[in-house]
Design a protein around this ligand. Structure first.
Ligand code: BGC
Length: 440
């Protein structure tokens, strides 16, 4: 293993009981595709041209067969908790829950707390979020998983990033299921939110008392002070930072959105606003947004049609990751203090459920710089009075990065996809040292 660089200026101490972890998701690491039902991602990746390198997640990190090795890596890393996702298509297959049963046992035996996410984009291929019924089916899935794992799992996450699943999967068509509905994709948002609320109820009925959701958020910066740019940035901020947070935390949609949603929205909002015990935030980078230019743009590999009421621009003046995402740690402090300002007492304790970056190489000093900066920025938010209870790095392993295939490496551990050999990177050593320091 490559030694971590010594940090000269130690990271300040986080509150006692702060939960340090890493995250993964089922479709991105599990493989063992024949032992589960197909998901929308299997269908999508089989279509030519959908994934940049033409790859699929049929094998990915072969985690189903190698999970013992991966649990050993987690134990050696010294994390308190491991956030993984439970694949709905695997749970539906004969014996599918047996895998998670073993995984949970192995994690607990290694002293690592399991934190399952119940949906991370791999919808069973015969289901569709445009249909309200999918929310009810999800609640059944949750009940089934909780009945099997609930005696050992205490901390749960309902959904991962319904915003990206709606926007990238159903509005812009760059993720599965590949629809390009633009604003007609809004029912997908509503049905996932409804699914979240029903899942909270199902988990409570199974006795759970530590439930959250993982939403993606980030500061939205207007391209200039010009009123048109500010209005476009506000609109984008509503989509990214309020569309999925207001209903969960306040029990209402941002102005003008509720009337675009299907069904008995008022009644559904009561379900959606079932209290959560904590609120998960996935943070990667801020976004610079300006007024529409009437032209199609390609941004971060995503083609955005000219009809959109905003225009996403580069955030200039900062280093960028291999994905082209700007590295702006202070934007995490800004995001969290703004959230606290916006939601006040309605904001439960926050957990950073994902934070990380794509870089090549085993001696990944750029990743160390990114993570070090973000952990310090998080501490500043704690000092500013935001109640933050945990931090999860994305990701434990290099994995199948959706439409980018295997071309973007987010792992603390390198995976050679030809041999499945795992090699901890310098950032793994850095995180391990940080966790020890925090406990000394
Ligand atoms: C998702 C992960 C993804 C990561 C990096 C998040 O949006 O939850 O599945 O790999 O970002 O793109």
């Amino acid at each position: 293993m490559i030694r971590a660089m010594a940090t000269t200026n130690p990271i300040p101490r986080f509150p006692v009981g702060f939960l340090w972890g890493v995250s993964t998701s089922a479709h991105q690491i599990e493989g063992a595709v024949d032992a589960r039902e197909p998901s929308v991602w299997d269908v999508f990746t089989a279509e030519p041209g959908r994934v940049r390198d033409g790859s699929t997640a049929a094998v990915a990190c072969d985690h189903v067969h190698r999970h013992r090795e991966d649990v050993a890596l987690l134990a050696d890393l010294g994390v308190d908790a491991y956030r993984f996702s439970v694949s709905w298509p695997r749970v539906r297959a004969e014996g599918g829950l047996d895998f998670y049963d073993r995984l949970v046992d192995d994690l607990l035996a290694a002293g690592v707390r399991p934190v399952p996410t119940l949906f991370h984009w791999d919808l069973p291929a015969d289901l569709d979020w445009l249909e309200r019924d999918t929310a009810e089916r999800f609640a059944e899935h949750v009940t089934r998983v909780a009945a099997r794992l609930g005696d050992r799992v205490t901390k749960w996450i309902t959904l991962n990033e319904p915003a990206e699943h709606t926007l990238l999967g159903h509005a812009l068509g760059v993720h599965a299921p590949g629809r390009t509905l633009l604003f007609d994709a809004l029912p997908v948002a509503h049905h996932q939110l409804l699914a979240h609320g029903l899942a909270v109820r199902a988990l409570r009925a199974a006795g759970a008392s530590d439930i959250g959701i993982a939403n993606s958020h980030g500061p939205t910066w207007p391209a200039s002070d010009d009123a048109a740019d500010v209005a476009a940035a506000d609109f984008y901020d509503t989509l990214l930072n309020r569309l999925f947070a207001d209903p969960v935390l306040l029990g209402r949609y941002p102005e003008g959105i509720g009337e675009l949603m299907p069904g008995d929205v008022e009644a559904d909002l009561k379900t959606i606003a079932e209290p959560v015990d904590w609120y998960g935030i996935n943070y990667y980078a801020p976004t610079r947004v300006g007024a529409p230019q009437g032209a199609e743009i390609e941004f971060g590999g995503v083609r955005m049609p000219a009809e959109l009421p905003f225009f996403v621009r580069d955030v200039e003046g900062y280093p960028v990751t291999d994905f082209g995402w700007p590295v702006v740690p202070e934007a995490l402090t800004e995001l969290l203090t703004a959230f606290r300002g916006r939601y006040g007492d309605r904001l439960p304790p926050v957990v950073i459920t994902e934070n990380g970056c794509a870089y090549e190489g085993l001696n990944d000093t750029d990743r160390i710089t990114y993570l070090d900066g973000h952990v310090r920025a998080l501490h500043r938010a704690v000092e500013a009075g935001v109640d933050v209870r945990g931090y999860f790095v994305w990701s434990l392993l290099d994995n199948f990065e959706w439409a980018e295939g295997y071309g973007r490496r987010f792992g603390l551990v390198h995976v050679d996809f030809d041999t499945q050999r795992r090699t901890p990177k310098a950032s793994y050593g850095w995180y391990r040292a940080l966790l020890r320091e925090q406990r000394d």
